[in-house]
Each structure stands twice: as structure tokens, then as C-alpha cells.
Design a protein around this ligand. Sequence first.
Ligand SMILES: NC(=O)c1ccc[n+]([C@@H]2O[C@H](COP(=O)([O-])OP(=O)(O)OC[C@H]3O[C@@H](n4cnc5c(N)ncnc54)[C@H](O)[C@@H]3O)[C@@H](O)[C@H]2O)c1
Length: 352
Amino acid sequence: MSSESRGPFMRAKSARISSQNSPGQSSVIVHALIFTMQILITGAAGFIGQLLAKELLNDPSHTLVLTDINEPPIPAGVKYPQNARTVTVDLLRGADSVVDKSLDAVYAFHGIMSSGSEADFDLGMRVNVDATRNLLEALRTTCPGVRVIYSSSQAVYGQPLPEVVTDSVIPTPQSSYGAEKVICETLINEYTRRGFINGFTLRFPTISVRPGRPTAAASSFLSGMIREPLNGEECVIPVEDRSFKSWLCSPKTLVYNLILTLSLPSNSLPPHIRQINVPGICVTVQEMMDALVKVGGEEKLALLTEKEDSTLRPILDSWPTRFDNVQAISLGFKRDGSFEEAVRDYRLSLTQ
Ligand SMILES: NC(=O)c1ccc[n+]([C@@H]2O[C@H](COP(=O)([O-])OP(=O)(O)OC[C@H]3O[C@@H](n4cnc5c(N)ncnc54)[C@H](O)[C@@H]3O)[C@@H](O)[C@H]2O)c1
């Protein structure tokens, strides 16, 4: 990524660099301009925050503030762990404490996921809406015009939907989580139109294969049905229909698209329409099982149980299963080649 393409976000810092010399040579000290970006990640103890931090901390041009209500770890094995600091704070009360005027960009990932927001309306509204508004207000006051990359979701859409969702389909969410995301998308549009921030909203597909444990997302099984069997554990699939389709994106491709968004020119979208549907691929439960068999072997299927869940099903059925990503692709976003590749990536990660 060239420094020019990052435009106004890059910050030049003069640094003293002393070179390693061979014996007998005098030491050389040079002054160089190092371009760095100061980036805040909220929800940084979570899955996507950690994934992104890991990638950004392998590049010396990023310094990170990682914040979460739970203490965010600095990802292990990165090249520049010293370029990150962590702040443990509830964004509902402490948004001001993580924002300062040196920030060049913010990834807003904090949140309560879909099942969690459906189970506890007040908690979902407080964290997903009120805390995001608090953050935006703090940014508006302290670092106006800062780039904000907000994590929205395909859950903003609800039925009825056309077979292929285009950028002009109006979101009609059928979950509290989706409704909360639409509220925040509108805030991002409005704060950008007013010049308070320079926002982009990325509507993520379901991310799979996600490492770790099952989550409070209705989509949790879309990772679990691969991850658990590959780890020798059982997983319940809450739909009995193997032709059930989902719109998925691998962690690797998501991180690529998140980093790309740092350098998108502001005027690549109108000031009052900042949403981008992040590219995904449409995969059925049967195709996911097939990928599991190819990567993990036939015997892994014995660890899967199909059992209809009448609470989750209406949420799952309300989500779109196919998008026309022409806008995102024209902006340079990538799409996965196949789901099998995502399964192979996950299996490889178990050995690293
Ligand atoms: N993972 C996916 O498949 C997916 C899909 C679509 C959208 N998204 C969105 O991407 C974002 C990140 O997702 P994730 O999978 O990493 O979620 P996650 O649940 O792993 O992480 C969310 C983090 O937010 C933190 N948090 C909760 N309340 C907070 C508060 N009051 N103050 C500060 N931090 C708080 C949690 O501690 C957690 O670490 C979320 O906003 C989510 O809605 C994720």
C-alpha cells in the first residue's frame, strides 16, 4: 500500500535508525521519515479485533490502541507487539478515555451478537447503539474527520428479499441485532455527511471458519459444524434442511477487505451512503459437509447432529443468501475462491 494511497491518514514521524554494522565499520545513524497510522480497535478482545490486530501488528507502520470491556490480549507471535497498547473500558461509560487527537482511523467492532441481542433487548441497545453513539461523539469532538470503519452485518436485511440482494435493496431487519446495526449505519452516514467523521460501514457476511468456542450468534453453527468435528467435538446444526444456504466469508478475506478500507478514497462513496456489502460466497449445509469430508475425512460427519431449532430458525431464514457485490468488487474488495479453502485455512491454523 503506497503512502500516497493512504492520503491524509498517514502521519510522518522522524525516527533515528542505527544500522547493524559488520565488525570494524563505524556505526551509522540515519534519520528517516516513517509513516505510521495510529489506529483504535474497539471490541479488540473479540474474534475479528484479534484477527485484524494480528495482521496490522506485522507491519511497522501501524500503532494500535486495543480496547474492550474485557482486557484485550496483544496477539501472540506478531512482529511488532511493542506498537500496541491496551485499554480495558466499558464503551458505554469510557469512550472519551480511548480517543485522542492522534488517531488516524478507528475500527468499531464492539458489540453484542445476534442471539445475545435477541435474548436481551436492553443490553443489545445499550452496547450496539448507545456505546457506538458515545464513541462517535467522542471522535467528533476530539478528532473530527477521522476515518471510522464500522462493522455492520448482512443481518440488516429481512424478508421479503429478492433472490440476489443488490446495493439498492432496503434493509428491513427481523432481529434486534439487525435493527441496531441499521441505526448505527444511519449514524455513520449522518456523521460522515456532516463531516464529523469519515465513515465506511462494512456489512459482513457470516465469517466462517471462526476459531475458538461457540458464540451468542445465531450463525454460530456455521463455524461450529466445521471447527468442532476438526477438533474431535460434536456440533448440533439447528436446521434439518441440507439445502439451507448461507452467505459466508473467510477470516483471511475479511481481514484483507478491512485493511483495504483504510485506504479507500473518501469520495469513493456518496457522503450520505457509506455502506458496502462485503463479498461472500453462497454455501449450502450439504456443501459445507462436503468440504468437511474433503479436508477432515468422512468420519467427521458422525460428530454432526441435525436438529431443528424453532427459536433460531426465524432469524436464520430472514437473512439473505446471495448478493450482487459489484460495488465492493469495483472498489477492490476480494471474494473467497471456495469454502473448502476456508476449511483448509482453519485446519492449517490448528497446526501453527
Ligand atoms: N463474526 C461474524 O461472523 C460477524 C458477522 C457480521 C458482523 N459482525 C460484527 O463484527 C463485529 C466484531 O465481531 P466479532 O465476531 O469479533 O464479535 P465478538 O463477540 O468476538 O467481539 C465483540 C467484543 O465486543 C466487546 N464488548 C461487548 N460489550 C462491550 C462494551 N460495553 N464496551 C466495550 N467492549 C464491549 C466484547 O467483550 C467482545 O470482545 C461485531 O460488531 C459484529 O456484530 C461479525
